[in-house]
Design a binder for this molecule. Structure first.
Ligand SMILES: [Zn+2]
Length: 358
């Protein structure tokens, strides 16, 4: 009884706090998983709903140190370790997949009634619910036919990863630095015409003399953290075309990934850390697209693509066939095929996260 009375004021204070910020509540520690809980959730003293409820929180990233077989996860807070009931452990739970539907309205590429921006948006919007059913958090650089400027897109990717790192940090200096970098990304997102040329290789420096901006370099080093490279994957969705004169006989799917060794990147930034992971995903995906009848071409390194160059997370730019080829184009213009293609992405993404254990 005496102990209970002692605890009462502490418990009451917690019970009336509607939502605490992640910085105040969640402490960095020995855990190895970070998860995004997309709904309001409560933490309990024991892994049992009959146990005392300690507090309720707004949706946020949390760090999990232990999960039991009944669907309960243990999370560290500054008040001690408590339990949250998650009730699910689907294959992509805790993973964040960023889908970038290439181009946009006003920046479209069209051929024989085919629209690349509309088709890739359709593919992204078909893949999103499949991935969410599998437990993933899916973030889209655009979810409508709008034209999101090219350099806004990697700035969004950087911002989202910095937000996840911020949630995992308990160091004030580190959080202050992350906030400063998030603010820079927000400036690019709001005004890419002005800020992308300051912080990114924009327009791309074909003379190959430009070195990466120190703030972007810092972001790239921060992203080399298991919280990011084990949980995030960015995919830019495109279809290909042969240059004029159009050779309609060329068909098949390609994937582009970043490397440290081509002469285009070596003076800009040469410490990208996800080559093997990106290649693992590209390999799995090309096999699955091939099985759908768009033949596997190859994985290539390329450094002139903004969506794989201006961040340092596992990423692939996918050319889902040639829209200049009648057979590939007919498939891509068919909704049933796009649904199968979206499912192929979901299977490749599940296989990818199962394979990367490094
Ligand atoms: Zn494209």
């Amino acid at each position: 009884m005496k102990i209970r009375k002692k605890l009462m004021p502490f418990i009451l204070v917690l019970a009336f706090v509607p939502a605490l910020s992640p910085i105040m509540v969640f402490a960095k520690d020995y855990g190895d998983s970070i998860y995004h809980i997309p709904w309001r959730f409560s933490v309990y003293e024991y892994p049992d709903k009959a146990a005392r409820r300690i507090a309720t929180f707004a949706p946020q990233y949390i760090r999990i140190t232990y999960t039991n077989e009944y669907g309960w996860a243990k999370i560290p807070t500054v008040h001690g370790e408590y339990w949250v009931y998650l009730n699910l452990a689907p294959p992509l739970w805790g993973r964040t997949v960023i889908l970038d539907a290439g181009h946009g309205l006003g920046a479209d590429i069209t051929f024989m009634n085919y629209s690349e921006q509309a088709t890739m948006l359709r593919l992204a919007l078909k893949a999103k619910p499949l991935l969410e059913e599998l437990g993933a958090t899916v973030l889209l650089t655009r979810g409508a036919p709008e034209n999101v400027p090219l350099h806004t897109r990697p700035a969004l990717i950087n911002k989202w990863t910095l937000q996840a790192l911020r949630a995992a940090s308990d160091c004030e200096e580190e959080i202050a630095e992350i906030d400063r970098l998030i603010h820079i990304m927000e400036k690019i997102i709001a005004n890419p015409e002005y800020y992308a040329s300051i912080y990114m290789s924009a327009p791309f420096d074909w003379t190959r003399r430009r070195a990466i901006h120190p703030d972007l370099r810092r972001i790239f080093y921060l992203q080399n953290n298991p919280i990011i490279y084990q949980n995030f994957l960015a995919i830019s969705l495109h279809t290909n075309a042969t240059s004029r004169p159009v050779n309609t006989g060329v068909n098949g799917a390609d994937v582009y990934i970043i490397s440290n060794t081509t002469h285009y990147s070596i003076n800009y930034f040469n410490n990208y850390t996800n080559f093997e992971r990106s290649r693992t995903f590209a390999d799995l995906l090309l096999d699955k697209i091939d099985a759908l009848g768009i033949s596997r071409r190859q994985i290539s390194t390329h450094n002139a693509f903004v969506l794989i160059r201006e961040h340092n997370i596992p990423a692939a730019l996918v050319e889902n066939g040639f829209h200049t080829n009648p057979s590939d184009r007919a498939k891509l213009m068919c909704n049933i095929f796009l649904q199968s293609l979206a499912a192929a992405y979901a299977r490749a993404i599940v296989d990818y996260f199962n394979q990367i254990r490094y």
